[in-house]
Design a protein around this ligand. Structure first.
Ligand SMILES: Cc1cc2nc3c(=O)[nH]c(=O)nc-3n(C[C@H](O)[C@H](O)[C@H](O)COP(=O)(O)O)c2cc1C
Length: 179
């Protein structure tokens, strides 16, 4: 594991807590923020949660469960997220895993955006509990071609924090029920 996690909550003393890794692949930071929202809810629900860039994660053996997310670029799940699935497939398959993607630059509901192919393959390979798609975010001042071109017509924040938090509460509920 390379260095400390981006965010980490641990209680000292008391009974051992369920420990969850929330790993993300993000180019411009909005998927990382979704990972942070998820982790905060898990902590509110009494768990330990680490938030890490998927590129830094070498193994997940220390965790009871993993939430793994990635931004969608050109229809593909972020490469750091895909690489983590490849690297840690065996350990991931041995513990509960929840998957998410973040991408569509429009308001989306629970069902109307299909996950990228790699996320769907990961769901099957890992036996993941869920595979959801959240709306994405692109700032109007996004740099680089083609992001800047896209931002001229599609900029906006289409993430729905309440939907993300509700999803995270369901994860906490499932984890509590299974331990
Ligand atoms: C060049 C480019 C290509 C994108 N392609 C897709 C896509 O194919 N499907 C999609 O749903 N969103 C797409 N998006 C939207 C991003 O997934 C969205 O901005 C996301 O929130 C980015 O996450 P990040 O800030 O963590 O990098 C694209 C955005 C850019 C800038």
């Amino acid at each position: 594991m390379a260095g400390p996690p981006l965010m980490s909550w641990q209680r000292r003393g008391g009974p051992a807590m369920t420990k969850v890794l929330v790993a993300y692949g993000s180019r411009r930071g909005s998927t990382r923020e979704i990972a942070e929202w998820v982790a905060r809810v898990l902590v509110e629900e009494g768990m330990d949660a680490d938030v890490r860039d998927a590129a830094e994660v070498r193994e997940v053996g220390d965790y009871d469960a993993v939430v793994l997310g990635g931004a969608i670029y050109f229809g593909r799940w972020h490469r750091h997220t895909r690489a983590l699935v490849r690297r840690c497939a065996r350990q991931l398959a041995e513990r509960p895993v929840w998957l998410f993607s973040s991408g569509p630059l429009q308001t989306i509901g629970d069902r109307d955006a299909p996950p990228p192919d790699a996320a769907e393959r990961a769901r099957r390979r890992l036996g993941a509990m869920e595979n959801v798609v959240f709306g994405g975010c692109l700032r109007a001042d996004a740099r680089g071609f083609p992001a800047a071109t896209m931002a001229r017509t599609a900029a906006g924040d289409f993430r729905d924090p309440e939907r993300v938090r509700a999803w995270a509460r369901d994860i906490a509920y499932d984890l509590k029920a299974s331990i």
